[in-house]
Design a protein around this ligand. Sequence first.
Ligand SMILES: Nc1nc2c(ncn2[C@@H]2O[C@H](COP(=O)(O)OP(=O)(O)OP(=O)(O)O)[C@@H](O)[C@H]2O)c(=O)[nH]1
Ligand SMILES: [Mg+2]
Length: 476
Amino acid sequence: MKRINREPQTICAVSTPHGVGGISVIRVSGPKSLKIVKGLSDFLPEDVESHRAYYGTLRALDNTEDLDEVIVTYFKKGHSFTGEETLEISCHGSPQICQKILKHLILAGASAAERGEFTYRAFMNGRVDLVQAESVLALIESESDNASRMALRQLKGHLSTKIESIENSVTWLMAHIEAGIDFSTEGLDLVSGKIVSDKLLEISRELSSLVESYHSGRALKDGIRVALAGRPNVGKSSLLNLLLEDDRAIVTSIAGTTRDVISGDTHYSGIKFTFLDTAGIRSQTSDEVEQIGILKSREAHEEADVLLFVYDISEGLKPEDVEILRQLPKRTLFLVGNKVDLVAGAVEIRAILEQLSSVPGFENLTQQEDFIKRNLFFISALDQNTRPTILNEISVGFSVANIQDGVLLSNSRHFENLSKALSNINHCRELLGIGMGSEFLAVDLKEALIAIQETLGKRFDDQVMDRVFKEFCLGK
Ligand SMILES: Nc1nc2c(ncn2[C@@H]2O[C@H](COP(=O)(O)OP(=O)(O)OP(=O)(O)O)[C@@H](O)[C@H]2O)c(=O)[nH]1
Ligand SMILES: [Mg+2]
């Protein structure tokens, strides 16, 4: 896709979803858009007003047929989404009508837009930066309340402002360093040295808080993937059905019921959760289907953000349970003692903790009050109250409930770039700490600055652009 240095053509595409609907909107953007649309609509006045809608009948270019009754809205150059002269044609929501209108627009001199080309033009014309352009896509694709709220905040520039302020600090430092402050010589300028070191610390803190927010941001954007793991018959599928509020998986008292990975989505307090139920893991099975199921289980565990390790509390934690636990990948882990309704009297937490102490990573569990309080559950998959308890505790782990100013990273490209900038800044701090000269510090600062500017799209190459915009759908 060649985008850079291309003559700005006038482009057109249907911007509403493909298919039948009440109305569809066709967007036309570029220097000739008004002239082209006027060629099909004799109802438009000589002096068209910006941001005004005009009603009339769109006619074929050769005037031989009516295309549709439409409303045309005009946005003058500099006052549209793309920054170019733009017209939006609202027509009846039929794919045939849309195709016909597009055909005549193209005959009149427009060309068909590529994926994301409207947003790309908005970026090239400085209407949005790259982070905002990407948030347009995130907003369209958002699957939960919180995801769309976060994308809207990014589109409004909250994240860009934050990244820009970090960019300014780095630029300020570079300017000082280039002005020739040399910390390595004798007669060290302490004041300046202290200022520089404070500033570096501040930048490092700001970058790391953004980088760390990716954990929550990604969870908000893509949802949280939770896999259920455990021995056969402990109640994983029962728990899945309860969490999804749907009888998705077969539940029987026969060990080895679930063979395949069964997944489903659910929403809770504005967050999307994807749950994966897996085959119960046991070593002594000669059943080929079950063995394949167990392999698939392990793959699902690898892909998950969170693992719910389920065991049967009425039987206590068995050596087989402990063995499965040992083999689970390192993830946020919840230990779910199910079938608590079958336990007569109180649950013996001490006994559980003792058995867990042989599992690497759980040796000192008795001292980890927080983990015991938050990550150990004693529940029944037959009890409706279990659902909110579990979903709530998982969301707390992603600190999505206490997002303060809502500035979060949720895009892997931003995360990669800013992580790189952070490691440059931290390296710079180390160099400063051992008294290296300004020319060494400048190298790291420069690298950090490039990574930050690439995030915002102030520096870019065609490959990055293609990667970003090819994700878009036509018409955006
Ligand atoms: N009393 C009681 N029974 C439960 C509970 N949860 C599940 N069961 C029963 O335990 C049996 C096994 O449940 P499943 O959900 O199929 O267990 P699973 O872990 O998916 O088993 P596999 O698919 O074989 O790995 C069924 O008879 C369920 O009705 C619970 O909380 N209390
Ligand atoms: Mg099952």
